[in-house]
Design a protein around this ligand. Structure first.
Ligand code: FAD
Length: 288
């Protein structure tokens, strides 16, 4: 079996405690030599400064290739481009370009009067700078704003036409969900790379709640399996096995890249990577 290329998503810490957790996670996962790591942008731009700090520090301290997430919510074009220019000046070369969610309480996304109206407009502006590799979001199960699954595929095609280099999917629980989406995209002529987003399940109740909000199908057998595992205190074992099995299946189907949503927890992601044959790249210098 081929060893996949991997990447990790982190979120910027808002407290001292969360900060220790992030740095511990980065320290543990960096030796697995990810292709890139990415840092999220809080809903509505709430972590603008924290995201910038985490992105630049991870790049400087660990020499990792860092992609900064960026959304268009509640920001003028000028504001957004100011952030983009600051990243370019700091040597950041990758952006995960997103529209973002509607602010809390609002039913749907409404662009700022002077802002980018959609992810495609943001992608076009980033592509015009010629300074970034542009990654975008993709939805193997209908996004809450999409009338049907086809709309997500056609919209993803627009993102690639606008200048996206690759797409990272929302997480899903069954490999067939991704494989079907990949086939649908290929049928519509999409040739850009689509990387499956993988969530190691540290806390089933939390992930389940998030999945419901994202329209991610929750197979009934998973509830049963986690209930039984909880009784025996073996949720971690189940989560590692399920995640490894799904990644294995994707790799067997020709998937070459996996993007892990780490939720700033290292152990499950690390164990799954080890099970997939990804070993820490330790140099003699590190050992001494
Ligand atoms: P889009 O793909 O642009 O839109 C979502 C769907 O809505 C489309 O697939 C399409 O079906 C429909 N749609 C939207 N606009 C149009 C249009 N003009 N015409 C036709 N159809 C349209 N959120 C954050 O706040 N911060 C983050 O850091 C963050 N990181 C993420 C990373 C990844 C990999 C993913 C998959 C999601 C992330 N999100 C993040 C969540 C994301 O902001 C939400 O899912 C948001 O609702 C959609 O953003 P998008 O850019 O993917 O949307």
């Amino acid at each position: 079996m081929t060893t996949p290329r991997i990447s990790f998503e982190f979120f910027p810490p808002k407290t001292l405690d969360a900060s220790f957790r992030l740095w511990e996670t980065v320290r543990m996962l960096a030796p697995l030599a990810p292709e890139f790591v990415s840092v999220t942008y809080g809903a509505g731009g709430t972590t603008r400064k924290l995201t910038h700090e985490a992105v630049t520090t991870i790049g400087a301290q660990y020499g990792l290739n860092v992609a900064a997430h960026l959304t268009c919510v509640d920001a003028t074009r000028a504001d957004t481009l100011e952030i983009v220019n600051a990243y370019a000046d700091a040597g950041v070369r990758e952006i995960v370009a997103l529209r973002g969610d509607a602010p809390k309480g609002a039913a749907r996304f409404t662009p700022h009067a002077d802002g980018f109206g959609s992810s495609v407009e943001l992608i076009e502006a980033l592509a015009n700078t010629g300074k970034f590799k542009i990654r975008v979001g993709a939805y193997p199960e209908p996004h809450p704003d999409a009338p049907d699954a086809r709309a997500d595929v056609m919209w993803l095609k627009r993102k690639f036409q606008a200048g996206a280099d690759s797409a990272i999917t929302q997480f899903f629980f069954e490999p067939e969900t991704f494989l079907r989406f990949r086939d649908d995209c290929a049928r519509q002529g999409i040739t850009g790379k689509i990387i499956p987003g993988i969530v190691p399940i540290e806390n089933w109740a939390g992930i389940r709640k998030f999945a419901s909000a994202c329209n991610t199908h929750i197979p009934a057998w998973m509830d049963e399996a986690f209930e039984k595992a909880a009784r025996d205190g073996r949720e971690d074992l189940l989560a590692t096995a399920l995640c490894t099995e799904m990644c294995d299946r994707l790799i067997a189907e020709g998937v070459e890249d996996l993007h892990f949503y780490t939720l700033n927890r290292a152990y499950l992601t690390r164990d799954v990577c080890h099970a997939l044959g990804i070993q820490p790249q330790v140099s003699l210098e590190n050992v001494a």
